[in-house]
Design a protein around this ligand. Structure first.
Ligand code: FAD
Length: 427
């Protein structure tokens, strides 16, 4: 019987295990819980959800909803169990978190070809291995990874600003300009009058923040949440990320403050709010940031967040099959490779498993189509810009050819391409 090692029994790890168990491999799963806990997990179950019990929207015209459907077409364990443990939550797919992880644990443990090692792994294991230790990868393994791929290619903290779709920005209010007219007009600017600024400021400093874990309390000065910075004084933001200097426009009243948005993807249809990394809850981000002139109807494709997040600079450190350049027998999966979210991480577990499987079977690799959400996330991970690489959620901005007028066609194509991909994986 062929043998593989999987390190980490989280969302990505359980998908990878399930993939190989079904194909009759001897799977050695190394999971440190419950012997050693992370700062967020509280059980010894596999596939534990550390925070929200929601796997986001179930609708196909939602990017994460489409990714979930693609995963159903690939016999995903997490999708199967989510359906069985779902709780009512409108268009979203939410689960009873305990039932979800218990059921996953039970299904995996029932395979006679699974060998579970309850131990922390602090280096590389001999033989074909998938490392899926997630955003809270234990320190020793994280430093081993850093030694292997280079200290600058391993990140420990994720401080990201919200990203909005360009076509949801009101360009009758916002305008294009670079500060002091340097270079091209690549920034989109949202100008504030004094009155608008005052109202925005009050809401920002009083908005509800998300639960902060102990390990997340020490912010680096360079990536301080915008609401924390704002509390230092009413004008602090006007001398920082909302500085209006060099952004005035002839013929318009003098702006009291300006927020800039910077292009976030190659297609040019996603823009991030510069300097606005934040720890506000998602609903509060939507409410408060929609007070920004020009963003009244903004569509948030990713909310800002701040938490301990170990991830690698995949475009630099990984081969196209998600194996480490420095150790081609070791594959990486899950949030560690630069995706963000339960579903995205689980999807990367299936993908990494399929790559390792093809290698072990001596067959040609199969790459998922760019017309699928899976393929688009994969493409971002391996071909993203290494200088600005930050974890990515599923979103239509990264899906090849998608725009808001061709959703139905995009969805159909993605599922057809997913079926072709999966047939080839199993060939
Ligand atoms: C605090 C926090 C809150 C989050 N909230 C959400 C949310 O609400 N919604 C959402 O979609 N996403 C959320 N995420 C993001 C993310 O998608 C999840 O963390 C997701 O679980 C990542 O899946 P994964 O498989 O990559 O890692 P995990 O699910 O974290 O699995 C990794 C596993 O590896 C184990 N492990 C770590 N190091 C070792 C080692 N050295 N040896 C052996 N085992 C090890 C861990 O115990 C864990 O079981 C959150 C992340 C964090 C950190």
């Amino acid at each position: 019987m062929r043998k593989v090692n999987i390190v980490g029994g989280g969302l990505a790890g359980v998908e990878a295990c399930y993939f190989f168990l079904k194909r009759n491999y001897e799977v050695h799963l190394y999971e440190m819980r419950p012997k050693k806990m992370t700062g967020a997990h509280v059980t010894g179950n596999f596939g534990e959800l550390v925070c929200s019990n929601s796997l986001k929207s179930n609708k196909l015209d939602n990017a994460c909803g489409l990714l979930k459907e693609e995963m159903r077409h690939m016999d995903s364990l997490t999708m199967k169990v989510a359906a069985e443990t779902a709780v009512p939550s409108g268009n979203a797919l939410s689960v009873d978190r305990d039932a979800f992880s218990q059921k996953i644990t039970e299904i995996l443990r029932n395979f006679p070809n699974l060998v579970v090692h309850e131990k922390e792994i602090d280096g590389f294991i001999e033989g074909p291995t998938i490392i899926a230790t997630g955003p809270l990868t234990a320190d020793k393994l994280a430093s081993k990874l850093a030694d292997t791929i280079g200290q600058k290619s391993l990140f420990f903290f994720d401080a990201s600003a919200p990203i909005v779709s360009k076509d949801s920005i009101d360009m009758n209010i916002a305008y294009k300009k670079s500060r002091y007219d340097q270079g091209d007009d690549s920034y989109i600017n949202c100008p504030f009058s004094e009155e608008q600024y005052d109202r925005f400021y009050e809401e920002l400093i009083n908005a509800q923040v998300a639960l902060v874990h102990d390990f997340d309390k020490n912010y680096f000065e360079g990536c301080m949440p915008i609401e924390v910075m704002a509390k230092r004084g009413k004008d602090t933001l006007r001398y920082g990320p909302m500085k209006p200097k060099g952004l005035q426009v002839e013929g318009r009243e003098k702006f009291h403050a300006v927020i800039q948005l910077r292009q976030d993807n190659l297609n040019g249809d996603l823009f991030n709010i510069v300097g606005f990394q934040t720890n506000l809850t998602y609903p509060e981000q939507k409410r408060v940031f929609r007070m920004i002139p020009g963003l009244e109807n903004a569509e948030f494709v990713r909310y800002g967040l701040m938490h301990r997040n170990t991830y690698i600079c995949s475009p630099k450190a990984l081969n196209k099959d998600l194996s480490l350049k420095a150790k081609p027998n070791t594959f990486l999966a899950g949030q560690l490779i630069g995706v963000e979210g339960y579903v995205e991480s689980a999807a990367m577990g299936i993908l990494a498993a399929s790559f390792l499987y093809k290698k072990l079977e001596g067959k040609a690799q199969v790459i998922p189509s760019l017309k699928t959400m899976l393929g688009s996330l994969y493409n971002f991970v391996v071909n993203g810009n290494p200088d600005t690489f930050q974890p990515m959620n599923a979103n239509f901005g990264i899906l090849y050819g998608a725009n808001k007028h061709n959703r139905e066609e995009t969805i159909q194509n993605s599922l057809v391409e997913t079926d072709k991909f999966w047939a080839k994986v199993n060939d």
